[in-house]
Design a protein around this ligand. Structure first.
Ligand code: HGY
Ligand code: MN
Ligand code: MN
Length: 410
């Protein structure tokens, strides 16, 4: 009976569409920044679905939501799965969401079939994976594994001056659950691939073997506010010009490290906003990725140096501080094998691949056996309102998730 068990793909799809109604952007996009009103509404809806499915829902200081279905063996740790419900400012309907909903769908499928497991199961919504409103990204899972202190978590401040602690309290998702009370047997994260590899290969399921590492550097370039009409070009300390030169320079540093290197600036904030004021301060964030930690270290040093030199060329000063470092992570061989066997047994075309995007699974892999399942997404497009994964591919990935969890939970 267990071998033939199949998830309800229609329910899974309808839930994606229901969540997408919260914080819509354009025709098919979403904006639900962490601990915003929209994030709160998504959390409340998800919690209702979990409670309707008989799960107990708890949250911790970071607002991570942990919904548990008991097992029959009290000595077993949680076989957990999940991802995140927050989005990019112009995000899609699937990045993160699919992993949370697939985990819930796997459990509801067991409920429908009246199947109990030895190990307890859990669905987890990790807080602020995207790191848009509050930094750093992977915030909830970083705190959960001890990489972020209570103080750093609470004090993380949005651009409007609100703190994470206050905003989490406000929407009612700041709980008492302690990470050391959550004994995790294993963790599985289903996610859309966010790249073109599976689609190009014509493959339905990706078995993720590793995730590349990431560093974020906060840069502040300081010059001097000045009048655009009266200040000669050679008498300016133009922080915007200096920061623009820094962005160019770090792109060159990335290219020097070859095809696997990623260096990006997605946040770039001039302190003033007037056509006739020369900008005296710019803040930006450098996002660096690579599968090799040594190269990450070289890139970090090179980007820091390039930013300081570019600022100096234009009479400005740059300060560069590291905000987050997530090392490259290889997933657990046993969990990779569980996913591989499930995909093979279910007859889905599949391939193993590394992840270019970062995921909470990278953090959890440090404390529990972990692996991931990728679902193809159209044209590899993500962090974009046009992001799309088909109902069929989502159901296939969810079936692989269900059987991977079952193999672990007994
Ligand atoms: O940035 C990342 O890789 C993730 O999508 N937040
Ligand atoms: Mn994302
Ligand atoms: Mn994601």
């Amino acid at each position: 009976m267990r071998r033939n068990l199949t998830v309800n793909g229609d329910r899974l799809w309808q839930r994606h569409m229901a969540l997408a109604e919260i914080g819509p952007v354009g025709e098919t996009g979403n904006c639900r920044l962490s601990m915003s009103k929209e994030d709160g509404a998504a959390r409340d809806l998800f919690a209702r679905w979990c409670r309707d499915a008989g799960l107990s829902v708890q949250s911790d200081r970071a607002g991570n939501m942990v919904a548990i279905r008991p097992g029959t063996d009290p000595d077993r740790g949680l076989v957990a799965a999940g991802s995140h419900l927050d989005t990019q400012p112009h995000g899609g309907r699937f990045d993160g969401i699919s992993g949370v909903l697939a985990a819930l769908e796997a459990i509801e499928t067991l409920n429908d079939a009246g199947i109990e497991t030895k190990a307890p199961l859990a669905v987890i919504n990790w807080t602020n994976e995207e790191g848009v409103r509050f930094a750093p990204g992977l915030m909830g899972s970083s705190w959960f594994v001890g990489e972020l202190t209570d103080d750093a978590l609470d004090a993380s401040t949005a651009s409007d001056g609100t703190t994470f602690a206050a905003e989490a309290e406000k929407i009612g998702w700041r709980g008492e659950l302690r990470p050391d009370a959550v004994e995790m047997d294993s963790f599985f994260e289903l996610h859309i691939e966010q790249g073109p590899v599976l689609e190009r290969a014509g493959v339905q399921v990706g078995i993720v073997t590793s995730v590349q590492g990431l560093r974020w550097l906060d840069v502040i370039v300081t010059g001097m506010d000045a009048h655009a009409g009266t200040t000669p070009l050679d008498a300016r300390r133009d922080a915007l010009l200096a920061a623009a030169a820094a962005v160019q320079a770090i792109n060159c540093e990335g290219r020097r490290e070859g095809a696997d290197a990623r260096v990006s600036v997605g946040r770039f904030l001039p302190a003033t906003d007037g056509p006739s004021t020369i900008v005296g301060e710019v803040r930006f964030v450098i996002d660096i990725r690579h599968p090799d930690n040594a190269v990450l270290g070289r890139l970090e040093a090179a980007c820091k140096r390039a930013s300081i030199e570019a600022a100096d060329r234009y009479g400005c000063v740059a300060t560069v501080t590291r905000r987050i470092a997530v090392p490259p992570r290889d997933f657990d061989a046993g969990c990779i094998d569980a996913v591989q066997q499930a995909a093979d047994a279910l007859g889905f075309s599949n391939m193993q691949l590394p992840s270019g995007a970062l995921h909470d699974a990278s953090n959890i892999a440090a404390i529990a056996p972990t692996s991931m399942i990728f679902v193809p997404c159209r044209n590899g497009i993500s962090h974009n309102i046009d992001e799309y994964a088909s109902p069929e591919d989502l159901a296939a990935g969810c079936n692989v998730l269900l059987h991977s969890m079952l193999s672990r939970a007994g």
